[in-house]
Design a protein around this ligand. Sequence first.
Ligand code: GAP
Length: 513
Amino acid sequence: MSNKENSFKKIVSHAKQYGFIFPSSEIYDGINAVYDYGHNGVELKNNIREYWWKSMVHLNENIVGLDASILMHPTTWKASGHVDAFNDPLIDNKDSKKRYRADVLVEDYVAKIEEKIDKEILKAHKKFGEGFNKEKFISTSPKIATYQNNSKKILTRLNKSLEKNDLEDVKDLIESLGISCPESGSKNWSKVKQFNLMFSTKFGASSDNAMDVYLRPETAQGIFVNFLNIQKSGRMKLPFGIAQTGKAFRNEIVARQFIFRMKEFEQMEMQFFVKPGTQKKWYSYWKENRLKWHLSLGLDKQNYRFHDHEKLAHYAEEACDIEFKFPFGFKELEGIHSRTNFDLGNHEKFSGKKLKYFDNDSNESYVPYVVETSIGLDRMFLALFSGSLKEETLVDNSIRTVLKLPLSLAPVKVAILPLIKKDGLPEIAKKIYNDLRYKFNAAYDEKDAIGKRYRRQDALGTPFCVTVDHQSLKDETVTIRFRDDMKQKRIKISSIDYTIDKSLSTINLLKNL
Ligand code: GAP
């Protein structure tokens, strides 16, 4: 097993062991690409959502929130283009009977070329040591140039064929690259076919007059159909945004990589309505703004990069991803799309209702343009979780597993631990715990030796452990231990609240945005 696979396996098993994520309906052997969040997972997920909501809605005076329904009138999805164009190109392996996304097979092939580039860089770094200039090496190495040209050529051909819906050429490409079935090694491929990703269900009491409806594949359309309701009731002036978080559903066939690609997931989306002609400026603004938001959480800057789309979604004029370095490589974390007036324009057409904005300044009516920011909450969870899980070798050579989450997003903020289970220590610890619970998600733990309890809290990312010992009985002090450097300090019981609060407050993060 490669190092990457190994570290990914550790992440998945850590998430289960510590109550973050479980396979859905596991007692029935689970259901592909659907997951449940456990007692710690739900806290972390709520904290990420809240951080996004505060920074997006509460800190922008021209952005308001919405909570639209999952089920919408089916014509919505005709107007949005999802009925006709929300497809994945699928290919079957005739021998193994496994089904794949044709574009993902090619992209995985290209990812392997990129791995070779990384290996070349690593080799050169080892050879030249301290004085190694990475940029110069990349720009002058003939081997790297060949790899890069090759990747570019393959991706350009793939994107062109997909854009033209030339599925025969996609199959030719797979065959000419010699791509084989990852399960069986067979190269016996079927034709490539388009497959619509929307889940449908029935709406109505009897099967005769039941109407087919879809589970929304994106939350964005709930925003578009409410554009005028919000603009009028909120007396909003352009430019302004509408934000919402909520579940979305996609019948993903290639559903692997844990919570990276799920059939039921949650999105955090914001549609920013602007005057036509100003969309380029706002697109750049939101690109920069969103990257800043990610960086505010304190993971290494090297984990993020932009990827401009060559192949645009059916609604987009310009689009990019913020990619994150997941354990399986750089992949899309968030999308920023300049959606033109495609959605509002089409909803006007299909509904027959006007969705125009009257601009008092220029005295004209027009359909606004839209710049969208769209991030998967589950993907954000995976980015933070995988980027924060560390194994450290301590001075005594033991290994400490610690989840170095941003402090204010940690599921449990403080654990109260009586040193031993007698001599009145549990009573004091319980009192501290009960007082702190009003303000912080706190835990009380008296089982096992204190070292073991510290490790348990490290593994779930708890920033502070407060230990009550015999000295606490004499002078009302406790030790407070910090997760990241394991340093301990003696403080008054009365100052625990303040000490924790000042380092945990999300305000610190938000003010840096
Ligand atoms: N409204 C635009 C839209 O939905 P998208 O790029 O298809 O654009 C936006 O999705 C984000 O939603 C992605 O960047 C990703 O974080 C998340 N996402 C999409 N499909 C997902 C899936 N199957 N599982 C988990 N997250 C997903």
